[in-house]
Write a protein that binds this ligand. Structure first.
Ligand SMILES: N[C@@H](CCC(=O)N[C@@H](CS)C(=O)NCC(=O)O)C(=O)O
Length: 342
């Protein structure tokens, strides 16, 4: 038999009012961002499609849009971001030292980065895996043919660690050419200093587009690791972390609901309670996060949804032409899935 208290608890949970709303309390990082009036976003020094300065010096790309979404969420303005270019070796010390508030730069979510480095990874914005690219003229068709190869690789990366695991596991040797700056690294490979260039497969495809003749290079079919790429913040400011998380989820949820930068206004009169709550027509979610109640509307209107930024910078609308693959929505067989905004 149920006790009275249990029944009462069940009734409260059923009504969705189990907890009393906690007023949003800003931590030190968020306080500093609000005072400064801008976010400092660590970005790579230059990867086509993901993060690069255009000819006018304005930062562009998929990772840039993530920072702009966070900026819109906090300031209703996509321009309140200072982009701080960092190499793979500079990025984590820069985040730990507070020189940047977040990194949006193809960093892989791993156990030791979470624990030993003291970081919180947001939602995975790109499910990737490590690949190996070779000049076509070498005639190599699979990774196990690479015994004794010279391999171009960036230091301080999961790439470097997986590379040595993979060669050891397959009883092969390699010589590493280690270069921190991405443009210098790919140029070294294109100049013939290495037989192999290894990186996240998406970065290889991106870098290949700036080769003199992209068709001279082949990305081998193997993926030798899992690389869930995600924005990352320091431990210690939960509200800031929540804001980064829910800004990304707004991009994903927007796509799932079919809301784009072009049609978002038509959704303001929707009868669907999920849409109404999400867009802030019915207030609540913005307050819970300590931001504008229309944060998701603002993000979708200015930045677009996840699918839009993927297509524009990395997918069919870009020179890189990556497949959605694992980055397709869960409703279409992929892994992109936003928890409910409620
Ligand atoms: N996902 C891997 C590799 C990261 C990586 O190599 N990122 C490149 C961009 S794709 C980078 O930050 N390069 C630094 C630069 O721009 O010089 C990791 O987190 O270790």
């Amino acid at each position: 038999m149920f006790k009275k208290a249990t029944l009462l608890a069940a009734a409260v949970v059923g009504a969705g009012i189990w907890t009393v709303p906690v007023p949003a309390e800003a931590g030190a990082v968020l306080d500093a961002i609000r005072q400064r009036g801008s976010i400092r976003c660590g970005i790579q020094t230059g990867t086509p499609g993901f993060g690069f300065p255009d000819s006018a010096g304005v930062w562009q790309g998929f990772n840039v849009e993530v920072c702009r979404a966070v900026s819109v969420m906090l300031f209703n303005d996509p321009s309140k971001v200072q982009f701080v270019p960092v190499t793979s070796q500079q990025r984590f010390p820069a985040l730990q030292a507070g020189e940047v508030d977040l990194l949006s730069n193809n960093s892989t979510n791993t156990l030791t980065r979470d624990t030993q480095l003291g970081f919180n990874f947001g939602p995975t914005v790109f499910y990737d895996g490590q690949g190996l690219m070779v000049p076509r003229r070498l005639g190599v068709s699979k990774a196990t043919e690479l015994n004794g190869a010279t391999v171009c690789v960036q230091p301080g990366t999961t790439t470097e660690l997986n590379l040595s695991d993979f060669f050891r596991q397959n009883r092969m040797t390699f010589n590493a050419v280690v270069i921190d700056n991405q443009a210098e690294l790919r140029n070294a490979f294109f100049a013939g200093r290495c037989d192999v260039y290894t990186n996240d497969a998406s970065a290889l495809a991106a870098d290949r587009t700036v080769a003199q003749n992209p068709n001279d290079y082949v990305i081998l079919p193997e993926r030798i690791s899992k690389e869930p790429l995600a924005p990352v913040v320091r431990h210690g400011d939960e509200q800031w972390f929540d804001i980064v998380k829910w800004a990304v989820y707004a991009l994903i949820e927007g796509e799932e609901l079919g809301i784009t930068s072009q049609n978002v206004d038509t959704f303001l009169t929707s009868n669907n309670p999920i849409v109404r709550r999400f867009l802030g027509v019915e207030p609540g979610m913005g307050q819970a996060l300590g931001v504008d109640q229309r944060y998701a509307y603002n993000i979708l209107k200015t930045v677009g949804n996840y699918g839009q930024i993927f297509d524009k910078w990395l997918g069919a609308g870009s020179p890189i032409r990556l497949e959605r693959g694992l980055n397709e929505l869960w409703t279409k067989g992929g892994l992109q899935y936003a928890p409910p905004a409620r």
